[in-house]
Ligand binder design. Structure first.
Ligand code: IPM
Ligand code: MG
Length: 370
């Protein structure tokens, strides 16, 4: 088996700290399994702006397109608030998503048993929770034209456009149905067809794709606001949720918090297959740069490490190794290890980012001697 090329883009805030832990996990898999990885690193976001004056360099964009998988830490920070919109750190991330055509963003919300008490919802509502949000990632109001701020008479007007083509809806719907086939065989599609024409089209296209290709999967529809309510009321009613870029942004933060901490949630952004059959892919934690705790060793590396587990599954055809990594994380959590985000009011002592990494590596070592 050849070496897989990984491009690491640690970015800003806690990005570099959590990515350093992923690097150690990748090295572990390189030295202890059949898998081999070649890791290179580059700049994105504010870190790139400080060196190159742009949030993403063209050379980095080219490397990202050539890599077997890209891993992104986080972008953004208050020091970049005053920058021109086109230079903001987030633009680097959005350019990567758009130019790699990563149209399907998979955001699982799984509740680890050891953390069921930590959710803001009652334990019986979240324990055993395992849902997958599929967020459309390269269309909708994030990219639609016209957009901008202009002057009309004596005041300014801000404009963004929600725009979806049938093919954009169809391809992300297929991702959701294909995933559901391998899981609980249920898809719930969320939009606002009661208010938005793009929502009416969304519902029509998802319904057509289902009728033509996916009889074995159960399809339901919900308005996105009701979906948010149902996600907090009884999230276990869902298996796969498919929704647009903006609703997916909101609903995935909500779903993340059901599991106890946004520091736990990974994501995979997938595009069309490359020459070797694997999808073009970028993996990132759902959490952001958390500048308030950056550099203090307080960040939870689990979301980022779980993103590598997703890469094992979706990019490297190594589902068994992904399960092994997820089991190691579950082990460490049931031993009681907690980073600061998972401590809450309990008053117990948190472990550092690298201690959490050490513990996960030790748990992996145990799996290979069993
Ligand atoms: C996310 C983030 C991004 C988004 C930001 C950082 C541009 O919130 O990945 O959910 O809005 O998509
Ligand atoms: Mg978000």
């Amino acid at each position: 088996m050849g070496k897989y090329s990984l491009l690491f883009l640690p970015g800003d805030g806690i990005g570099p700290e959590v990515m350093a832990e992923v690097r150690r996990i990748v090295d572990w898999f390189s030295s202890r399994t059949e898998l081999a990885f070649d890791v290179s690193e580059d700049l994105v976001g504010g870190a790139c702006y400080r060196v190159h004056g742009v949030p993403l360099h063209d050379d980095t964009m080219a490397k990202a397109r050539a890599a077997d998988a890209v891993f992104l830490g986080a972008v953004g920070g208050p020091e970049y608030d005053g920058l021109d919109f086109s230079l903001k750190p987030e633009r680097g991330l959005l350019r990567l998503r758009k130019e790699m055509d990563l149209f399907s963003n998979l955001r699982p919300a799984q509740c680890f048993d050891a953390l069921a008490d930590f959710s803001s919802l009652k334990k019986n509502v979240v324990s055993g929770l395992d849902i997958m949000i599929v967020r459309e990632l390269t269309g909708g109001v994030y990219f639609g034209e016209p957009r901008g701020i202009h002057r009309e008479g004596n005041e300014r007007v801000g404009i963004n456009t929600q725009r979806y083509t049938e093919s954009e809806i169809a391809r992300v719907a297929r991702t959701a149905f294909d995933l559901a086939r391998r899981r609980g065989k249920k898809v719930c599609s969320m939009e606002k067809a009661n208010v938005m024409e793009s929502g009416i089209l969304w519902r029509d296209v998802v319904t057509e794709i289902h009728a033509d290709e996916y009889h074995d999967v159960e399809l339901s529809h919900m308005y996105a606001d009701a979906g948010a309510m149902q996600l907090t009321r009884w999230p276990k009613q869902f298996d796969v949720i498919v929704t647009d870029n903006l609703f997916g942004d909101l609903l995935s933060d909500l779903a993340a918090m059901l599991t106890g901490s946004i520091g736990m949630l990974p994501s995979a952004s997938l595009g069309a297959p490359m020459e070797n059959g694997a999808p073009r892919a970028m993996y990132e934690p759902v959490h952001g740069a958390a500048p308030d705790i950056a550099g203090e060793g307080k960040a939870n590396p689990i979301a980022c490490i779980l993103s590598f587990a997703m890469a094992l599954r979706y990019s490297f055809d190594a589902g068994g190794e992904a399960n092994r990594l997820e089991a190691a994380i579950a082990d460490v959590l049931s031993e009681g290890l907690r980073t600061a985000d998972l401590i809450g009011e309990t008053g117990s002592k948190p472990v550092s980012t690298s201690d959490m990494g050490n513990a996960i590596l030790a748990a992996l070592d145990r799996t290979s001697t069993r």
